[in-house]
Design a protein around this ligand. Structure first.
Ligand code: URA
Length: 266
């Protein structure tokens, strides 16, 4: 992926973008053997040298597993700061990373970031029915009827199509008297958990995602930490996608597909 020379140097430890520009202006930077004083020059697989020493290009792609803390936005818009991208470790900052699906600022838990567009597509394509598991505390009262309504599908405002069948488990109350529940979704509409719980007569107080497909949020990944996904974690993630993709028995989804109105995963 081509990157501007000033960003390339800044991401590799040569200071801020303006410090990198100063370095470039001073004539200490060479691209493919020639001095380059143009900070906007795009570099891809050329060899870049500073003071004649080649710069390590770093990893070329990565998929990261992240335990998103509360308060961070899945956005590149600085006006929404603090942003998830601020927590990307230095070694991956030069990559263009996107989150595969989003969590609200007020939601914590498992999030996947990747530079691989195909993986984003595989994880967010609603036709895959990749299961996501949410742990919920809520105020108000939910009954056995709520469980049935989730299983049947709920029509949410702004979309006449019912939600895909979802499994709601009601798990009593916590010490503060708030309801505890787990919801398994197979799609990802905007604010879906909060809207479904509201429709059922409750209000989400806290929301945490701890599983996507067959991938569980690792217990040793503290909130705010992000690291490269292991091969076995990647297999777990994708096995969830394949299994669900091969067992498409849901007629609502067929209807959504046939009229071309697939809702975009968030
Ligand atoms: N549903 C929500 O309402 N919020 C999230 O962050 C994820 C799913």
């Amino acid at each position: 992926m081509a990157t501007r020379l000033d960003a390339f140097l800044s991401h590799r430890g040569f200071g801020s973008r303006s410090q990198a520009r100063e370095l470039i202006r001073s004539g200490r930077v060479k691209v493919s053997g020639s001095v380059c004083r143009e900070h906007g020059q795009h570099v891809d697989d050329q060899i870049v040298r500073v003071d004649d020493k080649p710069i390590d290009v770093g990893v070329e792609s990565a998929t990261l597993i992240f335990n998103k803390p509360l308060g961070y936005a899945c956005s590149h818009d600085e006006r929404e700061a603090p942003l998830v991208e601020e927590l990307v470790p230095e070694a991956f900052r030069h990559l263009v990373l996107e989150t595969a699906g989003r969590l609200d600022r007020d939601t914590s838990g498992l999030l996947v970031l990747t530079s691989d567009g195909n993986l984003i597509h595989a994880l967010t394509n609603p036709r895959k029915h990749l299961e996501k598991r949410y742990r919920i505390t809520y105020s108000g009262k939910l009954s056995a009827h709520a469980v049935k309504r989730c299983a049947k599908g709920i029509i949410l405002a702004g979309n006449p199509k019912p939600t895909l069948p979802a499994q709601l488990e009601l798990e009593g109350v916590d010490d503060a008297g708030l309801g505890l529940a787990t919801l398994h979704l197979h799609e990802g509409r905007y604010h879906q958990v909060r809207r479904m719980i509201a429709d059922l007569g409750g209000e989400v107080v806290s929301l945490h995602r701890d599983r996507i497909g067959g991938l569980q949020l690792p217990a040793d990944l503290s909130p705010g930490l992000m690291r490269e996904m292991s091969a076995s974690e990647m297999r777990a993630l994708m096995s969830g996608a394949e299994t669900n993709n091969n067992t498409n028995t849901n007629t609502d989804t067929k209807n959504q597909e046939s009229n071309g109105s697939i809702e975009i995963e968030i």
